[in-house]
Ligand binder design. Structure first.
Ligand code: GCO
Length: 250
Protein backbone atom coordinates (compact mmCIF):
# COMPACT_ATOMS: atom_id res chain seq x y z
CA UNK A 1 0.00 0.00 0.00
CA UNK A 2 2.66 2.50 -1.09
CA UNK A 3 0.17 5.39 -1.43
CA UNK A 4 -1.63 5.01 1.91
CA UNK A 5 -2.40 8.43 3.38
CA UNK A 6 -1.85 10.19 0.07
CA UNK A 7 -4.52 11.95 -2.02
CA UNK A 8 -4.20 11.89 -5.79
CA UNK A 9 -6.06 14.16 -8.21
CA UNK A 10 -6.42 12.36 -11.55
CA UNK A 11 -7.84 14.27 -14.50
CA UNK A 12 -9.42 12.02 -17.10
CA UNK A 13 -9.35 9.35 -14.41
CA UNK A 14 -12.65 7.65 -15.25
CA UNK A 15 -11.60 5.83 -18.41
CA UNK A 16 -8.65 4.68 -20.50
CA UNK A 17 -5.17 5.22 -19.12
CA UNK A 18 -6.49 7.54 -16.39
CA UNK A 19 -8.92 4.84 -15.22
CA UNK A 20 -6.10 2.30 -14.97
CA UNK A 21 -4.09 4.78 -12.92
CA UNK A 22 -7.10 5.43 -10.66
CA UNK A 23 -7.61 1.68 -10.11
CA UNK A 24 -3.94 1.07 -9.29
CA UNK A 25 -3.58 4.09 -7.00
CA UNK A 26 -6.75 2.96 -5.18
CA UNK A 27 -5.33 -0.55 -4.75
CA UNK A 28 -2.20 1.07 -3.28
CA UNK A 29 -4.26 2.87 -0.65
CA UNK A 30 -4.60 6.37 -2.10
CA UNK A 31 -7.61 8.62 -1.67
CA UNK A 32 -8.69 9.71 -5.15
CA UNK A 33 -10.17 12.89 -6.56
CA UNK A 34 -11.23 11.98 -10.07
CA UNK A 35 -12.06 14.68 -12.57
CA UNK A 36 -14.00 14.07 -15.78
CA UNK A 37 -16.50 16.06 -17.81
CA UNK A 38 -19.48 13.70 -17.86
CA UNK A 39 -20.80 13.72 -14.28
CA UNK A 40 -23.03 10.65 -14.61
CA UNK A 41 -20.30 8.46 -16.12
CA UNK A 42 -17.81 9.87 -13.61
CA UNK A 43 -19.99 8.91 -10.64
CA UNK A 44 -20.52 5.41 -12.09
CA UNK A 45 -16.77 4.97 -12.55
CA UNK A 46 -16.01 6.20 -9.02
CA UNK A 47 -18.53 3.77 -7.53
CA UNK A 48 -16.91 0.91 -9.50
CA UNK A 49 -13.41 1.96 -8.37
CA UNK A 50 -14.37 2.33 -4.67
CA UNK A 51 -15.07 -1.41 -4.50
CA UNK A 52 -14.57 -1.51 -0.74
CA UNK A 53 -16.97 1.42 -0.29
CA UNK A 54 -14.40 3.17 1.88
CA UNK A 55 -15.37 6.62 0.63
CA UNK A 56 -11.83 7.02 -0.74
CA UNK A 57 -12.97 8.11 -4.22
CA UNK A 58 -14.32 11.63 -4.80
CA UNK A 59 -15.89 12.50 -8.18
CA UNK A 60 -15.44 16.14 -9.21
CA UNK A 61 -17.08 16.96 -12.55
CA UNK A 62 -14.84 19.30 -14.52
CA UNK A 63 -14.33 20.34 -18.14
CA UNK A 64 -10.54 20.57 -18.12
CA UNK A 65 -10.77 22.68 -21.27
CA UNK A 66 -12.68 25.43 -19.46
CA UNK A 67 -10.99 27.72 -16.92
CA UNK A 68 -14.25 28.55 -15.09
CA UNK A 69 -15.06 24.85 -14.72
CA UNK A 70 -11.58 24.26 -13.29
CA UNK A 71 -12.00 27.12 -10.79
CA UNK A 72 -15.39 25.76 -9.69
CA UNK A 73 -13.92 22.25 -9.34
CA UNK A 74 -11.18 23.49 -7.02
CA UNK A 75 -13.75 25.37 -4.94
CA UNK A 76 -15.50 22.00 -4.51
CA UNK A 77 -12.23 20.29 -3.55
CA UNK A 78 -11.60 22.93 -0.87
CA UNK A 79 -15.25 22.87 0.31
CA UNK A 80 -14.93 19.09 0.80
CA UNK A 81 -11.81 19.62 2.90
CA UNK A 82 -9.69 17.53 0.54
CA UNK A 83 -5.95 17.88 0.04
CA UNK A 84 -3.73 16.97 -2.95
CA UNK A 85 -0.36 15.19 -2.71
CA UNK A 86 -0.23 13.78 -6.24
CA UNK A 87 -1.51 15.24 -9.50
CA UNK A 88 -1.89 13.13 -12.63
CA UNK A 89 -2.64 15.25 -15.70
CA UNK A 90 -4.20 12.58 -17.90
CA UNK A 91 -7.22 14.33 -19.46
CA UNK A 92 -6.68 14.56 -23.20
CA UNK A 93 -8.55 14.61 -26.48
CA UNK A 94 -7.47 13.97 -30.04
CA UNK A 95 -8.96 15.30 -33.26
CA UNK A 96 -7.76 13.74 -36.51
CA UNK A 97 -7.93 16.05 -39.58
CA UNK A 98 -5.45 16.83 -42.38
CA UNK A 99 -3.31 19.83 -41.37
CA UNK A 100 -4.32 21.85 -44.41
CA UNK A 101 -7.98 21.79 -43.40
CA UNK A 102 -7.55 21.62 -39.63
CA UNK A 103 -9.89 24.24 -38.16
CA UNK A 104 -8.84 26.83 -35.59
CA UNK A 105 -11.79 25.68 -33.48
CA UNK A 106 -10.47 22.10 -33.40
CA UNK A 107 -6.94 23.34 -32.73
CA UNK A 108 -8.07 25.44 -29.77
CA UNK A 109 -10.27 22.62 -28.41
CA UNK A 110 -7.32 20.21 -28.31
CA UNK A 111 -4.93 22.80 -26.86
CA UNK A 112 -7.46 23.94 -24.24
CA UNK A 113 -7.81 20.42 -22.83
CA UNK A 114 -4.41 18.85 -23.39
CA UNK A 115 -2.08 21.75 -22.58
CA UNK A 116 -3.82 24.82 -21.14
CA UNK A 117 -6.00 22.63 -18.93
CA UNK A 118 -2.94 20.87 -17.55
CA UNK A 119 -1.32 24.25 -16.91
CA UNK A 120 -4.36 25.60 -15.01
CA UNK A 121 -4.87 22.40 -12.99
CA UNK A 122 -1.17 22.25 -12.12
CA UNK A 123 -1.15 25.89 -11.05
CA UNK A 124 -4.24 25.31 -8.87
CA UNK A 125 -2.50 22.38 -7.14
CA UNK A 126 0.44 24.54 -6.03
CA UNK A 127 -1.29 25.84 -2.90
CA UNK A 128 -1.81 22.22 -1.75
CA UNK A 129 1.78 21.16 -2.46
CA UNK A 130 3.98 24.20 -1.76
CA UNK A 131 4.37 23.51 1.97
CA UNK A 132 4.45 19.70 2.00
CA UNK A 133 5.84 18.79 -1.41
CA UNK A 134 4.12 16.77 -4.08
CA UNK A 135 4.28 14.61 -7.17
CA UNK A 136 3.13 15.65 -10.64
CA UNK A 137 2.78 12.99 -13.33
CA UNK A 138 1.95 14.26 -16.82
CA UNK A 139 0.69 11.85 -19.45
CA UNK A 140 2.50 12.88 -22.61
CA UNK A 141 2.54 10.80 -25.79
CA UNK A 142 4.74 9.28 -28.48
CA UNK A 143 3.69 12.49 -30.18
CA UNK A 144 5.78 14.40 -27.67
CA UNK A 145 8.74 12.98 -29.61
CA UNK A 146 7.61 11.97 -33.11
CA UNK A 147 4.70 12.83 -35.43
CA UNK A 148 2.27 11.23 -37.81
CA UNK A 149 -0.17 12.86 -40.28
CA UNK A 150 -3.62 14.26 -39.29
CA UNK A 151 -3.00 14.93 -35.58
CA UNK A 152 -1.05 18.22 -35.63
CA UNK A 153 -2.86 19.85 -32.70
CA UNK A 154 -2.53 16.76 -30.51
CA UNK A 155 1.15 16.46 -31.43
CA UNK A 156 1.85 20.11 -30.63
CA UNK A 157 -0.04 19.83 -27.34
CA UNK A 158 1.88 16.73 -26.29
CA UNK A 159 5.20 18.30 -27.25
CA UNK A 160 4.15 21.15 -25.01
CA UNK A 161 3.25 18.81 -22.16
CA UNK A 162 6.76 17.30 -22.26
CA UNK A 163 8.46 20.68 -21.95
CA UNK A 164 5.86 21.99 -19.47
CA UNK A 165 6.82 19.03 -17.28
CA UNK A 166 10.44 20.14 -17.33
CA UNK A 167 9.42 23.75 -16.59
CA UNK A 168 7.45 22.61 -13.51
CA UNK A 169 10.30 20.36 -12.41
CA UNK A 170 13.00 23.03 -12.36
CA UNK A 171 10.83 25.84 -10.98
CA UNK A 172 9.15 23.90 -8.18
CA UNK A 173 12.08 21.63 -7.19
CA UNK A 174 12.73 23.97 -4.25
CA UNK A 175 9.25 23.11 -2.94
CA UNK A 176 10.06 19.38 -3.04
CA UNK A 177 7.61 18.94 -5.91
CA UNK A 178 8.79 16.41 -8.51
CA UNK A 179 7.29 16.50 -12.01
CA UNK A 180 7.78 13.76 -14.59
CA UNK A 181 6.10 12.69 -17.84
CA UNK A 182 5.10 9.35 -19.25
CA UNK A 183 5.15 8.68 -23.01
CA UNK A 184 2.61 5.95 -23.71
CA UNK A 185 3.04 4.12 -26.99
CA UNK A 186 -0.03 2.87 -28.81
CA UNK A 187 -2.28 1.76 -25.95
CA UNK A 188 -5.57 -0.11 -26.38
CA UNK A 189 -8.02 2.52 -25.09
CA UNK A 190 -11.38 3.93 -26.24
CA UNK A 191 -9.55 6.88 -27.83
CA UNK A 192 -7.83 4.42 -30.17
CA UNK A 193 -10.71 2.04 -30.90
CA UNK A 194 -11.04 3.33 -34.48
CA UNK A 195 -7.32 2.75 -35.05
CA UNK A 196 -7.38 -0.76 -33.58
CA UNK A 197 -10.36 -1.72 -35.73
CA UNK A 198 -8.59 -0.39 -38.85
CA UNK A 199 -6.81 -3.56 -40.01
CA UNK A 200 -4.15 -1.66 -41.97
CA UNK A 201 -3.32 0.75 -39.15
CA UNK A 202 -3.45 -2.03 -36.55
CA UNK A 203 -0.88 -4.01 -38.59
CA UNK A 204 1.24 -0.87 -39.03
CA UNK A 205 1.39 -0.31 -35.26
CA UNK A 206 2.11 -3.96 -34.43
CA UNK A 207 4.89 -4.03 -37.05
CA UNK A 208 6.30 -0.66 -35.86
CA UNK A 209 6.29 -1.73 -32.20
CA UNK A 210 9.26 -4.02 -31.39
CA UNK A 211 7.12 -5.89 -28.86
CA UNK A 212 4.63 -6.43 -31.67
CA UNK A 213 1.44 -5.41 -29.88
CA UNK A 214 -0.64 -2.55 -28.48
CA UNK A 215 0.09 -1.64 -24.87
CA UNK A 216 -2.36 -2.08 -21.98
CA UNK A 217 -3.54 0.87 -19.85
CA UNK A 218 -2.32 -0.91 -16.71
CA UNK A 219 1.21 -1.03 -18.17
CA UNK A 220 1.18 2.77 -18.24
CA UNK A 221 -0.36 2.89 -14.75
CA UNK A 222 2.64 0.97 -13.34
CA UNK A 223 4.95 3.79 -14.45
CA UNK A 224 2.56 6.39 -13.02
CA UNK A 225 2.68 4.54 -9.69
CA UNK A 226 6.49 4.58 -9.65
CA UNK A 227 6.63 8.34 -10.23
CA UNK A 228 4.14 8.87 -7.37
CA UNK A 229 6.24 6.99 -4.78
CA UNK A 230 9.21 7.98 -2.57
CA UNK A 231 11.45 5.79 -4.73
CA UNK A 232 11.23 8.56 -7.34
CA UNK A 233 12.05 11.39 -4.89
CA UNK A 234 15.29 12.27 -6.70
CA UNK A 235 13.79 11.97 -10.20
CA UNK A 236 12.31 15.10 -11.74
CA UNK A 237 11.93 16.57 -15.20
CA UNK A 238 12.21 13.12 -16.77
CA UNK A 239 10.26 11.45 -19.57
CA UNK A 240 9.63 7.69 -19.42
CA UNK A 241 8.37 5.88 -22.51
CA UNK A 242 6.01 2.94 -22.01
CA UNK A 243 5.90 2.17 -25.74
CA UNK A 244 6.96 -1.41 -26.42
CA UNK A 245 10.26 -0.11 -27.84
CA UNK A 246 8.91 2.20 -30.57
CA UNK A 247 11.07 5.21 -29.69
CA UNK A 248 14.18 3.03 -29.40
CA UNK A 249 13.74 1.65 -32.92
CA UNK A 250 14.24 2.95 -36.48
C1 GCO B 1 -3.13 8.55 -32.97
C2 GCO B 1 -3.23 8.03 -31.55
C3 GCO B 1 -2.00 8.44 -30.74
C4 GCO B 1 -1.97 7.66 -29.44
C5 GCO B 1 -0.94 8.08 -28.45
C6 GCO B 1 0.41 7.60 -28.81
O1 GCO B 1 -4.10 9.12 -33.47
O2 GCO B 1 -2.05 8.35 -33.54
O3 GCO B 1 -4.40 8.49 -30.91
O4 GCO B 1 -2.05 9.83 -30.56
O5 GCO B 1 -3.18 7.78 -28.78
O6 GCO B 1 -0.95 9.45 -28.26
O7 GCO B 1 1.31 7.96 -27.78
Amino acid sequence: MVLEGKTALITGGSRGIGRAISELYYQEGATLIIMARNEQKLKEACAQIDKEHQGRVHPIACDVGNKDSIAAAFEQIKAQGLTIDILVNCAGINIREPLETFSLESWNKVMDVNLTGAFLITQACFEFMKDKGGKIVNIASLMSEIARPTIAAYTASKGGIKMFTRAIAIEWAKYNIQANAIVPGYIATEMNTALIEDEKFNKFICDRTPQGRWGKPEEVAAAALFFATPGANFITGQVLAVDGGILASL
